[in-house]
Design a protein around this ligand. Structure first.
Ligand SMILES: [Zn+2]
Length: 290
């Protein structure tokens, strides 16, 4: 892992629609000073309130990850967070003029492209990271998630659906430079047609369409262009995992293993990890940490 913190060379902007709210939103990603971390600013509200992208500020994980502080929220932040973590950006200010982040194409690809366009620069301060010293695991029914010691930051996810197009899928990547962008960032979110219809009837997924999600019917995918990867579903699960676990606030040197996990269980893992102080230590990142 690179030993120095990173931010953007210059601000970049994109606009889109919120997946659940259907609201138009403009997102401006700006450079930030050392030790600032990732913070959101609601520019549409008086006094421009700021919310740190930290798991202690997570207030809802039911459909997406929502952060809140003093009654102000930002929601569906996980893909954006995954892009920042995947590209090893430590410090950035994310300005939004609505409460929900743009869903773009349902992946983290457009955010990654934007961040690369801005340029990523090293800053004159050491990067710190959480090194996993002891394994920690959580289970809920048949769902499981854990963090294990590993010199190389790695994420392994598996799913097991009773559906002909999904079944069992498992995939693993190391978070060394380059792997995230090529292998993970373009994998889109997915949902079953029956669930999407249910969500829409209940006022959610208002911005959802085949432009920003893979929609799966009984035995086929409704998107005319098909899949971007044979195993796009499990790659997206890894993407979500990277976004969720980045809310720890510092990079993790360890192996994240998740089976059928989701935002809620990933969030519980972070709380449990922090509470079990024997499981981790914070150290300066060095080239040897990976
Ligand atoms: Zn997702």
């Amino acid at each position: 892992m690179k030993p120095f913190q990173q931010t953007l060379r210059q601000p970049v902007q994109c606009a889109g629609v919120g997946l659940h709210s259907g609201k138009q939103v403009t997102l401006t990603i700006k450079p930030a000073p050392v030790n600032h971390g990732i913070r959101f600013v609601r520019t549409d509200l008086a006094h421009r309130p700021v919310i740190s992208a930290h798991f202690r500020n997570v207030i809802d994980t039911s459909l997406a990850t929502t952060l809140g502080q003093d009654g102000v929220i930002v929601s569906t932040v996980e893909h954006l967070m995954a892009a920042l973590a995947g590209l090893h950006i430590d410090n950035a200010l994310l300005e939004m003029d609505a409460y929900e982040a743009p869903i773009m194409d349902g992946s983290a690809g457009p955010f990654s492209v934007l961040l690369k366009e801005a340029g990523i620069v090293e800053q004159p301060a050491k990067r710190y990271c959480f090194v996993v010293k002891q394994a920690i695991e959580l289970a809920e029914g048949d769902k499981k998630v854990g963090l294990y010691p590993s010199q190389i930051p790695r994420v392994t996810c598996s799913i097991d659906f009773d559906h002909p197009l999904l079944r069992k899928q498992s995939y693993s990547i190391s978070l060394d430079d380059g792997h995230f962008e090529e292998e993970i960032s373009h994998a889109r979110t997915f949902g079953f047609l029956s669930e999407v219809e249910y969500l829409k009837r209940n006022g959610f997924a208002r911005g959802g369409s085949l432009e920003n999600a893979i929609v799966i019917d009984k035995d086929k995918i409704l998107n005319p262009e098909g899949l971007r990867y044979d195993n796009e579903f499990i790659r997206h699960k890894i993407l979500d995992c990277i976004g969720d676990l980045s809310l720890l606030g510092l990079p993790i040197v360890g192996h994240i293993v998740a089976h059928k996990s989701g935002h809620a269980l990933n969030h519980c893992l972070l709380k449990s990890f922090m509470d079990h102080k024997a499981c981790w230590e914070t150290v300066e990142a060095t080239a040897r940490t990976v």
